[in-house]
Design a binder for this molecule. Structure first.
Ligand SMILES: *Cc1c(COP(=O)(O)O)cnc(C)c1O
Length: 398
């Protein structure tokens, strides 16, 4: 085995799954720059600028805004281990796999977890959150997933955020599949701890987890009675490396931070509003095309559909894997399958960041139609591209 291993050059794919998304060559070039020491003055400037660029995409003025070393899940864990102490009461909203993960992680922090749930494919009902918050004396933390990548549901945050204020509860929000694709507006919505990942709508390789904490959350961190359960994810120490002190905590993944700096700069150059519009337009066109083919979206009401992740019901008699394998081998297109209860039931088509283009929408619709027709699946032929073009024309008139 060992003797036969040689250099590898992974090929190019069109990444239209639940992440990672395609990465702009500018970002890959930025990663190839020489490694600097983690306390080199030039690297410290790159860190400071990266924090400022993150405040821009999070739409926040929060001082404590930085990328954690680790994928999106490390952002989730950071939020929970820093806010929760053993015995604290937490309400966790579950309407998909990532909500389940939040609840698991909160329990591992020693919290007493109350779950508020909604069926996979629907958003959380704020009335259920209100019931959970009012039935206990003091709920310290409420957590919810903004963009549930396992189902394609966009969770409205306004009412939930008002409830968090009313009950004086910290609001933790998972924006892994929303940041950079739809507005997150941390300050305007009054969100306390918000985390994300780099490989979805930010279109940077996986490996960092941006996070931001409100002043309220920073106060909770400062006033903890016990040490943060995780040494590696302890923000009270990590902020001293990213802050003025520049105390060594762990060696920053230098080249990943170059990549994030460049990916965020690309977002600044495009403009947030323009970027959100692009995601919305391509999503509407893809959905119009899929529906014209006769396919059904899992999320019934359009206002709860994510523009970054589309969950499509697999037609009866069609084998999930056959289609995904052919998309990959014949067209180099990756899409995702269902998770948990939805395994084999849905496809998950991502249009995230750099991957969200008209070219990709048209390629995917054509390839999917060709494959489904050749499998004699119950689909309408020859309508998808027309519906897709009409959706683009309609969006230009807006
Ligand atoms: C992808 C994802 C995560 C986990 O991120 P990893 O980078 O895979 O660790 C968490 N939450 C949501 C909503 C996600 O889509």
């Amino acid at each position: 085995m060992l003797d036969s291993i040689v250099h590898r050059d992974p090929g190019e794919r069109i990444l239209l799954g639940p992440g990672p998304s395609n990465v702009d060559p500018r970002v890959l070039r930025a990663m190839a720059a020489p490694v600097l020491g983690h306390l080199d003055p030039e690297f410290l400037e790159i860190m400071t600028e990266t924090m400022e660029l993150l405040r821009f995409v999070f739409q926040t003025r929060n001082q404590l805004t930085l990328p954690m070393s680790g994928t999106g899940s490390s952002g989730m864990e950071t939020a929970l281990v820093n806010m929760l102490e053993p015995g604290d009461d937490a309400v966790i909203c579950i309407h998909g796999l990532f909500g389940e993960r939040l609840a698991d992680a909160a329990k591992r922090c020693g919290a007493n977890v109350t779950v508020v749930s909604a069926p996979w494919g629907s958003p959380i009902d704020p009335d259920d959150v209100k019931k959970a918050l009012s039935s206990h004396r003091a709920i310290k933390l409420l957590a919810v997933v903004h963009a549930e990548t396992s189902t394609g549901v966009l969770q409205p945050l306004q009412e939930i955020s008002s409830l968090a204020r009313e009950y004086n509860t910290l609001l933790v929000v998972d924006t892994v599949t929303s940041l950079g694709g739809i507005p997150v507006k941390v300050d305007e919505r009054g969100l306390d701890v918000v985390f994300s990942g780099t490989q979805k709508c930010l279109s940077c390789p996986p490996g960092l987890a941006p996070i931001t904490l409100s002043e309220r959350a920073v106060r909770v961190l400062r006033e903890r009675k016990t040490k943060v359960q995780s040494w590696y994810l302890d923000l009270s120490m990590i902020q001293q490396y990213w802050g003025k002190e520049r105390f060594y905590h762990h060696t920053a993944p230098i080249n990943m931070i170059y990549a994030l700096h460049e990916a965020l700069l690309i977002i600044k150059e495009e403009g947030l509003e323009q970027r959100f519009d692009r995601h919305a337009r391509n999503s509407a066109a893809l959905t119009a095309g899929l529906e014209a083919m006769g396919l059904k979206m899992l999320v019934e009401q359009p206002q709860y559909r994510l523009p970054s992740l589309h969950s499509v019901v697999i037609p009866d008699g069609v084998a999930d894997l056959d289609v995904r394998r052919r998309l990959l081998s014949e067209y180099s297109i990756e899409i995702g399958g269902g998770l948990g209860n939805l395994k084999g039931q849905i496809w998950r088509i991502g249009l995230m960041g750099t991957s969200s283009t008209k070219k990709h929408v048209i390629m995917l619709l054509s390839a999917l139609e060709n494959i489904l027709v050749s499998l004699n699946a119950p689909v309408t032929r020859g309508q998808a591209l027309k519906a897709c073009e009409e959706a683009y024309s309609a969006s230009l008139d807006l």
